[in-house]
Design a protein around this ligand. Structure first.
Ligand SMILES: Cc1ncc(COP(=O)(O)O)c(C=O)c1O
Length: 453
């Protein structure tokens, strides 16, 4: 029996998805079935770097499907070669080898497995534990949930998680606005970085294979960078001291989001492995992967060892063609530089919002910006959890045709609210002006509403 459109909507796995039905994407805009235009201020979950609706990508995808839609990942295909060629134009020195998968969770999982295997290849058989940080997100598979710290997403699976089974405590997060030690930089002497050494020693260095962290924490904290380049220098030193590999999760920050190709390049040291996803194909296809230091992959080659993580759809020829085209556009239109200049313009405009009494902090790098919403600008104390501030502001911005992503840092009482702005790099100044003006109006109105609540 045919079902009505309403019944079919109900059959969707994500029933929570509320109308409208989205029908079109165009530049920084999403358009619904009533023809209303919404500014996509964070490109979905910080994905759509080159903007929506680029027909040249559709042409490349159609051509690839017509000529060669699928082969085994291990077979040489032109689109795979093109993608790797494009990526290698921007990889850091000494990091040339790329593994491909389909999404951020899969790529982080593969990178962590690779790091354990790399330790074995280098003769350090006992190293298998991966340390992550508090208030971090690295994905939704069991292994990535284990190194992340999002209680809501972890709670149903606790008995399965390696960190729970092995009693691995997360390393302190580096978030000066909510310092876990209640200290201030620089008097803190980077207690959060030093905590990595403590946690390695607690576990026994002979068992720790790798440490994973985002160079700039996106959703899990609402865009938080360390206060100084010294943070990751210290992390690198500690990792080197104990033969622990350093994995940078650049699923959000990779491919120009912070104004440079990879955010780890803002710091003075490089990781051993860089994981990427979202921006590589800008949402036009599922594509992700990791870039490893040549020395690590050489060690596999020298010992004739295979990387034992492979999926049927790894290096999919169509995703590869799309990724290569996205990166070609990024280069031809100089979009990493645009991410930097747009980001500076956005940051300058956002400064005006500091006058609104609930705006506690405005921060970020390039086209990745976070706004912390607070009860008290002096202390940074959050508004009460009962107000559901992050969701409430999201609802009101939606009414004003702005879509944006949330930060998830919360205190022990569940209070805390951050907004994330990560517009496509092709956004223009008028669109940024409109975004900031609407944001200012909504935040001022909500500030008055919360005062009365
Ligand atoms: C930093 C980070 N790592 C990993 C992931 C997981 O990526 P995916 O949702 O593509 O599996 C995300 C997703 O938002 C992320 O923000």
């Amino acid at each position: 029996m045919p079902r009505s459109p309403e019944e079919i909507k109900e059959l969707q796995f994500h029933r929570a998805g509320t109308p409208p039905v989205w029908t079109k994407g165009e530049g920084v805009w999403l358009i619904n079935d009533a023809g209303e235009r919404f500014l996509d201020a964070s490109g979905g979950p910080m994905v759509v770097n080159i903007g929506h609706g680029r027909s040249e990508i559709a042409d490349v995808a159609a051509e690839q499907i017509k000529t060669l839609a699928y082969t085994l990942p291990s077979m040489i295909v032109e689109s795979r070669l093109k993608l790797t060629e494009q990526i290698q134009k921007i990889t850091p020195l000494g990091m040339n080898r790329v593994w491909y998968g389909n999404g951020g969770s899969e790529a982080n999982e593969a990178a962590m497995k690779f790091s354990v295997q790399a330790q074995q290849v280098m003769g350090r058989e006992g190293k298998y534990k991966i340390l992550g940080r508090k208030n971090a997100y690295h994905g939704s598979t069991i292994f990535t949930l284990s190194v992340g710290d999002m209680p809501e997403r972890r709670k149903a699976y606790l008995p399965l998680l390696p960190d729970v089974l092995d009693n691995i405590e997360p390393v302190a997060d580096c978030n000066c606005y909510h310092c876990p030690f209640n200290l201030e930089y620089p008097d803190c002497d980077l207690a959060c970085a030093n905590d990595l050494e403590k946690k390695i020693l607690d576990q026994g260095p002979e068992s720790v294979a790798a440490f994973i962290a985002e160079p700039v924490v996106a959703a899990a904290a609402g865009v938080v960078a360390p206060p100084t380049t010294e943070y990751f220098t210290r992390i690198r030193e500690i990792c080197d001291k104990y033969d622990v590999l350093f994995i940078a999760d650049e699923v959000v920050t990779g491919f120009g989001r912070t104004g440079v190709p990879f955010a780890s390049q803002h710091w003075d040291v490089l990781p051993d492995i860089i994981v990427f996803a979202k921006g590589v194909a800008s949402g036009y296809a599922p594509l992700a992967g990791f870039i490893a230091a040549d020395t690590l992959v050489d060690a596999f080659d020298d010992t004739n060892t295979r990387i034992n993580t492979l999926f049927t759809y790894s290096e999919h020829p169509v995703s590869a063609a799309i990724g290569a085209k996205v990166q070609q556009i990024m280069q031809e239109e100089d979009l990493i530089a645009k991410s930097a200049t747009n980001g500076e313009y956005l940051a300058k405009k956002l400064e005006a919002l500091r006058e609104i009494p609930i705006v506690g902090d405005i921060r970020g790098m390039g086209s990745l910006r976070g706004i912390e919403i607070v009860a008290n600008q002096e202390t940074g104390d959050p508004l009460p959890a009962r107000l559901n501030v992050a969701e409430d502001i999201q609802k009101h911005l939606f009414k004003n045709h702005i879509l944006h992503y949330l930060g998830y840092w919360r205190d022990d009482d569940g209070a805390g609210a951050q907004l994330i702005l990560a517009p496509p790099f092709i956004i223009n100044e008028q669109e940024i002006d409109l975004l900031v003006e609407t944001l200012g109006d909504v935040l001022s109105e909500r500030a008055s509403a919360y005062k009365k609540a």
